[in-house]
Design a protein around this ligand. Structure first.
Ligand code: PDD
Length: 287
């Protein structure tokens, strides 16, 4: 049984109890993070904690821990769940108020802090090299105008991902006013003539931790990379499309709306980047 953390205590998952008046349950009034651990080492932890602090500040939820406190908590969870490869889930809500009222509780109530861990399957480097890529479809981005906040209010993302899954695809690539924003649960990159491009940070996308690392690695390894708008025609003309997230790293999309992307196989630029990405993880986590 997974060990979870709830409001100051570690316990078996089936012992955890949360009030039905919790504003996370009633209003999705909270934020979350998903942090991978490889070989028991939390990957890009400071970056994830930085984004968490920002999300909390945007929602004006008092941060229940400082950086070292969060680090201790996250490391404690990974250790209690046996190390190895894990996906650590952190959720903080505005807490359980005495009654259901849209405005924030006044006086404030203590935030609810919940951590959960699930096993993470990490493909070996040779398996990554042999991947055939995944299928994606394009859909209209019907989400709100603050997608930069990692909010637990994910219903539009769920509906979009479900539409993709029901067509046999793994991800929905979202378009707002004719331009790519991101995936239902990932960031998007395209490659054209060897040049890597991803949409710029804005209120319309989540600033992905994996996205930042990919940009960093491209710059370090002299792969041309820019942050610029990607129009719908440019997406369809791309030689390569990639999606990225903390639990999947960077994955090539080889079919878009049922048609092959480029020659329908993972591209050379992805192969180069994926090698550097695996090497980076190996150095940090000894994979
Ligand atoms: N989601 N955009 C959205 C909408 C996401 O939900 C995610 C990740 C990303 C990628 O962010 P990062 O590289 O920091 O994981 C972009 C997580 C994995 C989830 O909801 O499970």
């Amino acid at each position: 049984m997974a060990t979870v953390y709830l409001n100051g205590e570690f316990m078996d998952a089936d012992q955890a109890r949360i009030s039905p008046l919790d504003r996370g349950f009633l209003f999705a009034d909270g934020v979350y993070e998903v942090i991978p651990a490889f070989n028991g080492v939390l990957f890009r932890l400071d970056e994830h904690l930085g984004r968490l602090a920002r999300s909390l500040a945007e929602l004006r939820i008092a941060d229940p821990h400082d950086g070292p406190g969060w680090r201790r908590l996250c490391e404690g969870m990974v250790a209690r769940n046996g190390g190895g490869h894990q996906s650590l889930y952190l959720q903080i809500t505005r807490g359980a108020a005495p009654r259901r009222e849209h405005a924030f509780p006044n006086p404030p109530v203590p935030p609810t802090v919940f951590l959960h861990s699930s096993p993470l399957t990490v493909p070996a480097a040779d398996q990554v090299a042999r991947t055939e890529g995944v299928a994606a479809i394009t859909l209209d981005d019907l989400r709100w105008a603050r997608c930069d906040i990692k909010s637990i209010s994910l219903l539009p993302n769920l509906l979009l991902r479900q539409r993709a899954v029901e067509t046999g695809a793994q991800e929905a690539i979202l378009l707002r006013d004719g331009f790519v924003t991101e995936g239902a649960a990932s960031n998007v990159f395209v490659v054209r003539d060897g040049r890597v491009c991803t949409p710029p940070l804005s209120h319309c996308i989540l600033g992905g931790i994996t996205r930042d690392l990919i940009i960093e690695l491209c710059r370090e390894k002299s792969l041309p990379v820019i942050e610029a708008e990607i129009s719908e025609p440019a997406l369809h003309d791309a030689d390569e499309i990639w999606i990225s997230s903390s639990t999947k790293d960077v994955v090539p999309v080889t079919t878009l709306n049922g048609r092959p992307v480029g020659d329908g196989r993972p591209g050379d630029t992805w192969k180069t980047l994926a090698r550097h990405y695996i090497e980076f993880k190996r150095r940090l986590c000894g994979l």
